[in-house]
Write a protein that binds this ligand. Structure first.
Ligand code: FAD
Length: 472
């Protein structure tokens, strides 16, 4: 009799549960170990899902204010934090219970606990109340994700000091909030608190928000964010934080600062995330970690230990849920004997600010770094009828195109709903679509999706709603 291959998945986030479900669907015997009773990981319990629920709250508040310019005036919103929190928690509960249910239906053995490797075929699991268990496996998939990075010199042990996890608890609405870091987590959570009424100051060390993203995408929301936030300080470093009776005093260093010292009710540290590799017994295996702390993997997501795979945030950038899930699926397929590899042409990235920014495939910045010749076809949303009807014509859709082959190499979109629109861009890049494919695909009117088609038309100098004949 053949004993079924036993796969142990460590970590129940989008990487781990996608891997476990795929392994089970492929006929493997699977155990999934996570400290929570149901899968979900950071994404569902303290990341993507709670943040997007709160961003929806922020969007509604902001839209009711904007409606005044179209002739509808609402009163000042009555904010019931307990109800907002309960609504957010109910979403998390429904989704994670759903994952628990799917695990049971698939016969995935859920084990609540923390695992560490005893060797390349055994994990030791610490469970609640001092109980423990050893589990042997043929293959393991490590998916322990990441945690907030706290700048050591600025760490404070104080209820006024938050990371993204505590900020999502929404304990109160501080009068003033300092957000350290102008990346996507800082901007998303800063937007939530600003909409709820906090005076939010965002401090970013580099000259621009969302370092690394194309500046023409970032500039559009930056204008609006400057209006939503109390202040955005670029080229500025928080040099010191000190708690005192009336708040946390922050000392800033940077160019053109009006004040170098300010007091805030609360501080949110949003300076990035780091992979969780400690306490995993990696030293009992041949797994290697790179200089940034990520587990080294090959294209199939196999570590230096042939029986162990690693997926998700622990296996490198970009630290995004959908990248984690796709890697998890690849690892499970490889274990099941399929010829699979993780080689995406486009991993979409979305910043859920208002407006949203989204991109996939090659960016203008990357093309410049690589010295690669590209043509950029742009369609400004000021020429989109649909954008006008939404009162949001500030957006932009751009296609990054190979001038020789006319292939769409990348897409960047900024505007309301950019996060939904980027799916077409990802498909175009993955399918090696030509600009003419996008141009010739009939897009429904009036929709924001037409901006993709019109950007492709603009490449040929024939965009119906803008005049820019291409010079021949
Ligand atoms: P995780 O989701 O981090 O899950 C790892 C799991 O492993 C956790 O449950 C952890 O408890 C468990 N674990 C750790 N150690 C052990 C151990 N020793 N034994 C057993 N289990 C262990 N990404 C997006 O794509 N879109 C978004 O909109 C988005 N928004 C975000 C907003 C915020 C505020 C944050 C913080 C993150 C956001 N992310 C978003 C990032 C996303 O959450 C991560 O990329 C994703 O969760 C990574 O999945 P993962 O499977 O690698 O690990």
């Amino acid at each position: 009799m053949n004993t079924p291959t036993h796969v142990a998945v460590i970590g129940g986030g989008p990487g781990g549960y996608a891997a476990a479900f795929m392994a089970s669907d492929l006929g493997l015997q699977v155990s999934l170990v996570d400290p929570e009773i149901n899968p979900g990981g950071v994404c569902l319990y303290r990341g993507c899902i709670p943040s997007k629920a709160l961003l929806h709250v922020a969007k509604v508040i902001n839209e009711t204010k904007e409606a005044a310019s179209w002739g509808i005036e609402f009163g000042k919103p009555q904010i019931h934090l307990d109800k907002i929190r309960a609504w957010k928690e109910s979403i998390i509960l429904q989704l994670t219970q759903g994952l628990g249910d799917l695990s049971k239906r698939r016969n995935v053995n859920l084990i609540q606990g923390r695992a560490r490797f005893a060797d390349a075929h055994t994990i030791h699991i610490d469970k609640a109340a001092g109980a423990s268990e050893d589990l042997t496996f043929d293959y393991a998939i490590l998916a322990t994700g990441s945690r907030p990075f706290i700048i050591p010199s600025l760490a404070l042990d104080s209820p006024r000091f938050m990371d993204s996890t505590s900020a999502l608890e929404l304990e109160d609405i501080p009068k003033s909030l300092l957000v350290i870091g102008g990346g996507y987590i800082g901007l998303e959570l800063g937007s939530v608190y600003a909409a709820l009424g906090s005076k939010v100051t965002v401090v970013e060390m580099t000259p621009s928000l969302l370092p690394g993203a194309d500046s023409n995408l970032v500039n559009i929301p930056s204008k609006r964010l400057r209006h939503q936030m109390h202040a955005i300080l670029l080229n500025t470093r928080v040099a010191e934080l000190k708690e005192q009776e009336n708040g946390i005093r922050a000392r800033f260093e940077g160019k053109n600062l009006e004040k170098t010292d300010q007091i805030f009710d609360k501080v949110l540290m949003a300076a990035g995330r780091k992979p969780v590799t400690d306490g995993l017994g990696l030293e009992n295996t041949q797994i290697q970690v790179d200089e940034k702390g990520f587990v080294k993997v090959d294209l199939q997501r196999r570590t230096n230990e042939p029986t162990i795979f690693a997926v998700g945030d622990i296996a490198g950038e970009p630290m995004l849920a959908h990248k984690a899930s796709h890697e998890g699926i690849v690892a499970a397929e490889v274990i099941a004997g399929h010829k699979a590899a993780f080689e995406p042409a486009a991993i979409p990235a979305i910043v859920f600010t208002d407006p949203e920014i989204a991109w996939c495939g090659l960016t203008e910045n990357q093309a410049k770094e690589q010295g690669r010749e590209i043509k950029v076809a742009r369609f400004p949303w000021a020429a989109s009828g649909r954008a006008m009807t939404l009162g949001r014509s500030e957006g932009l859709t751009k296609l990054i195109i190979d001038p020789d082959t006319e292939r769409v190499l990348g897409v960047g979109i900024v505007g309301v709903g950019a996060g939904e629109l980027i799916a077409e861009g990802a498909l175009a890049v993955e399918m090696s679509a030509l600009a003419s494919d996008v141009k010739l695909t009939i897009h429904a009117h009036p929709t924001l999706s037409e901006t993709m088609m019109e950007a492709a038309e603009a490449f040929y100098g024939t965009s119906t709603h803008i005049y820019n004949p291409r010079k021949i």
